[in-house]
Design a protein around this ligand. Structure first.
Ligand SMILES: [Zn+2]
Length: 349
């Protein structure tokens, strides 16, 4: 079969090539790939900045945002032939740490977790892949190709859960949420905000095109000004840009008792002791909380699947802005002006 593979930590090594069929030790469920989403992590791996090959191998099969159809079910009958499934990305560390031991691999303490398509396990950008039944998430069949959006949705399902857990420490009746960044993560975070019947605002520097249209179609308000110029103090901010200056503005702008949830990782920007002191003043005097959120455990995959099934499928379909064939993977990894979520499509859903 064919797969998109890369030699991690070495730029220019990605190729679409013949590889052996997936080995049964990778899982009892055999899946025909339908599509894989492309994200910034895939680009970083192809650029040689991130990623680890499986033990004893030089190359890694890329891809962690999956969707496929079961062609060989597992003996327990949990997934059946023809089911649409998405594969969970992270696997618990082998020690395991206390969190991995209880299935909270998203909170792994020792960093020895592995991840399909990223860290030491082959990913999902192959014509067929195998998976353990416990890590195959069945999706609502009506979603079809839209199921490829599940992995990014799990990220925001966890972020919202973190916000609610922190909010439960006191009397909390949030009304407004600001989402910074209108990429796939930001738009999905906004979608979940509207499902929670909050007043949703989304801020991005792009002034026209699909992003503002998608935000307005949610019934939310689109902003292009600076975070500190939006004219109100949000109860919740879901930060999806990872840009230092935007993060600083979010911490400043969030209301008293508010929560800033960081989902993006960036670098640089204004920093130093002044920012740390401002953060401390907001946290102490105004009960503000800044929390980071990464990955998701099985509960978040389940919640993400529910959020997608409940969403307007027509709106979700507009998030998939471009589909490419696997042999055109290099083009799929290039950023184009109107891209939101680019998917590599192996076959029809
Ligand atoms: Zn762990």
């Amino acid at each position: 079969m064919k797969a998109i593979t890369v030699e991690p930590q070495k730029a220019g090594t990605a190729r679409f090539e013949d590889v052996p069929e997936p080995h049964v030790h990778e899982g009892s469920v055999l899946v025909q790939a339908i599509a894989t989403g492309v994200c910034g992590t895939d680009v970083e791996i192809v650029e040689g900045k991130y990623g680890w090959a499986p033990a004893g191998k030089d190359r890694l099969v890329l891809g962690h945002e999956s969707l496929g159809r079961v062609i060989e079910p597992d003996p327990t009958g949990w997934v059946k032939e023809g089911d649409l499934v998405v594969g969970i990305v992270r696997r618990p560390d082998p020690v395991p740490c206390p969190n991995c031991a209880v299935g909270e691999w998203d909170m792994c303490r020792n960093g020895q977790y592995t991840e399909r398509g990223i860290k030491q396990i082959d990913g999902y950008m192959s014509e067929r892949w195998r998976i353990e039944p416990d890590y195959a998430i069945k999706i609502d069949p009506s979603l079809g190709l839209l199921g490829v959006l599940l992995e990014p949705t799990t990220v925001v399902a966890k972020a919202w859960e973190q916000v609610e857990l922190i909010g439960s420490r006191y009397f909390w009746a949030p009304r407004t949420v600001l989402v910074t960044g209108a990429g796939p993560i930001g738009l999905l975070a906004a979608m979940i905000g509207t499902q929670r019947r909050l007043e949703v605002h989304v801020l991005d520097r792009v002034k026209s095109g699909a992003k503002p249209e998608l935000v307005r179609a949610l019934g939310a308000t689109y902003h292009t000004e600076k975070v500190t110029d939006i004219g109100f103090e949000p109860d919740v901010i879901i930060e999806c840009t990872g840009v230092g200056a935007v993060i600083n503005d979010c911490i400043h702008q969030v209301g008293s008792g508010g929560i800033v949830c960081l989902t993006g990782v960036g670098s640089g920007g204004a920093g130093g002791h002044r920012v740390t002191a401002d953060l401390a003043a907001g946290a102490v005097l105004k009960n503000k909380v800044v929390v980071g959120s990464v990955n998701g455990n099985k509960r978040h995959w389940f919640k993400g699947g529910e959020a997608l099934a409940r969403a307007d499928h027509n709106w979700l379909s507009r998030l998939i802005s471009r589909r490419e064939k696997p042999e055109k993977f290099a083009h799929a990894l290039e950023r184009e002006a109107n891209d939101i979520k680019v998917v590599i499509q192996f076959c029809e859903a």
